[in-house]
Design a protein around this ligand. Structure first.
Ligand code: BG6
Length: 497
């Protein structure tokens, strides 16, 4: 990144949860790590009546919630806060966008001096997505869409294919595709970087990365948390839209894609798109068999009793919204033909665990006694960030001994402790630098919607017949049918192996 690049990073929704919980703390970390280019301003935009100083005080109070070591000291916050400005904008008023434009074009330092307009302007829409079209149109109307401008769009981008296409249509009428940075914060996680490095920076795995060697691939994004205060949003959304359409499918594309010819946004995204096109379509015949949905009921998580989903605040008592999904799919091409890909996500599950497990085929011929346990590679996204390679080894007690499972374990936090960068921190820095590699292109996003739509439609039809999702006790791994889905092919989820 150019060290002296001037930039304005504008957060629409500057007083919202996302801004203070994720974005501002991530920027603070970037600042603390010395990664933020020095010529920058961070501009919070919202309707509340704050001045720069009162917003800073408000933000500082919110920073008390930032976890332990990531929390700034008073002195650090004061240095960071100098970069933070506040502008009151009513998003429905065209004249407020004119004022925003004038402010961005005006003098850059607090005393009213300094060069005009930043070299780069990043407009981050951290508002409710239904406002995106309106905000984009107003930005276009005041000319805040020039070549130095980028727009960052937070998920959820649409509720289905049609609404996603409508948002994209409006965004495209104002910004070019190269100015549009669609966030999937999973792409900012270090493990995803390492997945790319593992596959395309090393020659070791490529010859094995195919149907001849791999039996199945399992992606699990499990949370222990419930829906918290987001009951109304979640009830309109559900796990399929909230986690599978975006995070899980993005991980699947990274695992299954062909090597791109260059480390370049379009080369990467072209390959990811091909994977999405190759996914086995859901049809009336296979959807209820291959996609299991669940909803948590009361249970115990981490030793504490927790309420069921339908007892959560702002959730209707007869809701059919799924809080768990497990599905089976295939990537229908030469590399992956016949290899099942299982995706699973849920709230209030037994452990907070996000990981990708690549299960290899067993050794073709056994010369040792004992079980022929197949190798597996585990790419751990969280809570730890690392890689495990599970092998069989001889402990050394004799030539006819049974082999024992061993694990090569690489902990990236330990290996690279000083240089660890959080997901939002990475994505914000990439957006400022104008690199699109870790952002989702509109055609990828629309194809992901196209693929899950038959599931949404089948569930709507099925609600009256089956009464909605299967229930599972909070603190477990979801409905038993999710285990049966994998067992049908002769496999098991990691915790059952
Ligand atoms: C968000 C979902 O996109 O991802 C949330 O809307 C979910 O429901 C969150 O909790 C999970 O993200 P992470 O990074 O905590 O795994």
């Amino acid at each position: 990144m150019e060290s002296s690049m001037s930039f304005d990073l504008v957060f629409f929704g500057g007083t919202g949860d996302l801004a203070w919980r994720k974005l501002m703390p991530a920027l603070f970390q970037a600042f603390r790590h010395g990664k933020l280019p020095p010529g920058g301003r961070i501009v919070a935009v919202a309707w509340e009546d704050f001045a720069d100083d009162t917003y800073r005080i408000w933000l500082k109070e919110r920073f008390h919630d930032v976890e332990g070591a990531k929390r700034p000291s008073d002195e650090e916050f004061a240095r960071f806060a100098v970069l933070v400005r506040y502008l009151r904008v009513d998003l429905s008023k065209p004249e407020d966008y004119v004022r925003l434009r004038q402010w961005l074009d005006g003098p850059r330092d607090v005393e009213g001096h300094g060069a005009d307009s930043a070299e780069t302007v990043v407009l981050y829409l951290a508002t409710s997505p239904h406002l995106f079209p309106q905000i984009c149109q107003q930005l276009g109307a005041v000319g805040l869409n020039g070549p130095n401008v980028r727009v960052v769009l937070e998920k959820p981008l649409g509720h289905d294919l049609e609404s996603a296409q409508e948002i994209n249509r409006v965004v495209r009428s104002v910004f070019s595709e190269t100015q549009a940075f669609r966030i999937d914060h999973y792409l900012g996680k270090s493990a995803v970087q390492n997945l790319m490095a593992l596959r395309f920076g090393n020659a070791l795995f490529e010859p094995l990365w195919r149907r001849e060697s791999i039996a199945n691939i399992q992606i699990t994004l499990a949370e222990q948390l419930g829906v918290g205060t987001r009951g109304d949003f979640y009830d309109r959304t559900g796990a399929l839209r909230d986690m599978i359409q975006n995070h899980a499918l993005q991980l699947l594309t990274m695992i299954a894609m062909e090597p791109p010819s260059r480390n370049d946004a379009n080369a990467i995204r072209d390959e990811k798109l091909k994977v999405l096109h190759a996914l086995k379509p859901f049809t009336e015949d296979n959807v209820l068999r291959d996609v299991i949905r669940g909803q948590y009921r009361r249970g115990t998580v981490g030793g504490q009793p927790v309420p069921g989903y339908q007892e959560e605040a702002k959730v209707p008592s007869h809701s059919h919204t799924e809080t768990f999904v497990a599905l089976r799919t295939e990537v229908q091409n030469w590399r992956w033909s016949g290899v099942p890909f299982y995706l699973r996500t849920g709230k209030r599950l037994a452990a907070p665990e996000a990981q990708i497990v690549v299960n290899f085929r067993p050794a073709p011929h056994r010369i040792f006694p004992g079980a022929n346990v197949p190798n597996k590679l585990v790419i751990k996204l969280q809570p730890e960030d690392g890689l495990e390679l599970h092998l069989l080894a001889a402990k050394g007690s004799g030539p006819s001994e049974a082999l024992s499972p061993v694990c090569l374990d690489l902990d990236f936090d330990e290996a690279f402790a000083e240089n660890r960068v959080g997901g939002y921190e990475r994505l914000l820095l990439e957006a400022i630098a104008g690199r699109l590699n870790l952002f989702v292109r509109s055609d990828e996003q629309e194809q992901a919607w196209r693929w899950i739509e038959p599931v949404l439609r089948a569930w709507e039809r099925d609600n009256d017949i089956s009464g909605g999702p299967r229930s599972y006790p909070a603190g477990t791994w979801g409905p038993a049918a999710a285990s049966a889905l994998v067992a049908r092919d002769g496999f098991a989820w990691p915790e059952e192996q």
